[in-house]
Design a protein around this ligand. Structure first.
Ligand code: ADP
Length: 402
């Protein structure tokens, strides 16, 4: 059965674009069924040889060629859609949704992109220096090459835009903080919103006190009460909070002064060390949890210790957020580690047994793409695994504006 037969005339689709500094990730999504009709990745833009991988059903097309800029990359993607399918002309694209990491204080929801929105995203470059310039490139070429559909920006920070002030404001001199826009913006908001919404739906309750653990290479926790985020672990940037693949998460900022003064490191070197050379990579030599478990299995003490540090940080956040919310109904795991790492879920469950968390070993061992409960009926907190789907969330949020 062809895609078009499965999705007859009533079908509408959203093209979701996540533009990075040297890459463009894309997915054609049916926002109604949730199906992904095609997806792909343009890599190594601006390097000597670039690559494009386009997936349509079971078919996978790979191209290796120089991709000088984002405009050329996206025009190649549009060509692949026409050559390999699905034809965009037949797919009834109703919007293009762009992922944008930093929305600052301007955006508490998705925004229909016009020149003013572009200018705002540009103004936010100092707060998102790695991401926003890359998103702007994607938006610019997207609007140029797909000019007859509305383009929507969906911000990673939007779900946390209305955090209570007591959670969002650092105890930093008010004038300095406000002059330089230093506050907790959070990140992964699209995922936390999607996952916490799915939990409410699955449990049939909209009054839940939830903790969501988004554990991927980047990792963040959020506290959500009745659908509203009340705290989150990432801050001014995605560096704060949990132990991550390559990031320290929480660390005394005085470590920066110390490294600058005593080790003579530059700000850029410390930035790199904290954002890329730390976390599981810095502690255990590898940022992939599967490797860390292998090393633990081989009896490597440093790997075990790294896992304990990772778990200790999670225990602290779950405890703190339970206190902030004065209770906890649902604890949910998502993203690469959260969805796949049953060992980690089991060990965290054991450390949270004091609060009545009881994970069912058989349910925990199930591998599935479906949202599911993994706690026992007696568990005081319902524990779930909910696969995140940021592309679908972006597609659905885009639709709310058109
Ligand atoms: P991101 O989007 O932040 O790059 P993902 O959410 O895709 O990250 O998560 C990637 C991480 O998921 C990998 O680095 C790895 O640590 C972890 N991961 C993936 N599969 C497994 C697995 N089967 N067991 C444990 N960890 C896994």
């Amino acid at each position: 059965m062809t895609v078009l037969e499965r999705h007859p005339v009533t079908q509408r689709t959203v093209l979701v674009i996540n533009s990075g500094s040297s890459s463009i990730k894309y997915q054609l999504v049916d926002p109604d069924s949730g199906a992904s009709l095609a997806s792909g990745l343009v890599e190594r833009i601006g390097e000597e040889t670039g690559a494009i991988t386009h997936k349509h059903g079971e078919e996978r097309t790979e191209i290796t060629e120089p991709i000088p800029d984002h405009g050329y990359g996206l025009s190649e993607v549009l060509r692949l859609f026409e050559q390999q399918g699905p034809s965009l002309a037949d797919a009834h694209i109703v919007a293009v949704g762009h992922r944008v990491v930093q929305g600052g204080r301007y955006f508490s929801g998705p925004a229909l992109i016009d020149d003013e929105v572009v200018a705002r995203i540009e103004q936010l470059v100092p707060l998102g220096p790695l991401h926003n310039p890359a998103h702007l490139k994607g938006i610019e070429v997207g609007r140029r090459l797909l000019s007859d559909v509305p383009h929507v920006a969906v911000f990673d920070t939007a779900f946390f835009q209305n955090l209570p002030e007591e959670a969002a404001r650092y105890a930093l001199d008010r004038e300095v903080a406000d002059t330089y826009s230093i506050r907790r913006y959070g990140a992964h908001g699209t995922s936390h919103q999607f996952v916490s919404g799915a939990v409410s739906e699955l449990l049939g309750r909209d009054d839940l006190k939830q903790v969501v653990l988004h554990l991927g290479n980047g990792a963040s926790a959020s506290a959500v009460v009745a659908g509203r985020a009340v705290d989150t672990s990432m801050g001014l940037t995605p560096l704060e909070g949990l132990v991550m693949g390559g990031r320290t998460g929480d660390i005394d900022p005085a470590a920066v002064f110390h490294l600058a003064r005593v080790a003579g490191m530059s700000i850029d070197e410390i930035d790199h060390l904290f954002n890329r050379g730390s976390g599981m990579k810095g502690l255990a030599g590898d940022n992939d949890m599967r490797e860390v478990w292998k090393r633990i299995g081989a009896g490597e003490q440093e790997a075990r210790e790294a896992m304990d540090i990772y778990l200790h940080r999670l225990v602290k956040y779950v405890g703190a957020y339970t206190a902030v919310m004065a209770g906890l109904d649902a604890l949910t795991f998502t993203a690469g580690i959260g969805e796949n790492d049953a060992n980690l879920r089991r060990e965290l469950g054991e450390r949270l047994a004091y609060m009545g968390v009881e994970i069912d070993p058989e349910l925990n061992a199930v591998r599935s793409d479906e949202p599911r409960v993994i706690s026992t009926p007696d568990s005081k907190v319902t524990v779930l695994v909910v696969p995140t789907n940021e592309e679908l969330a972006i597609a659905r949020q885009s639709l709310t504006l058109i």
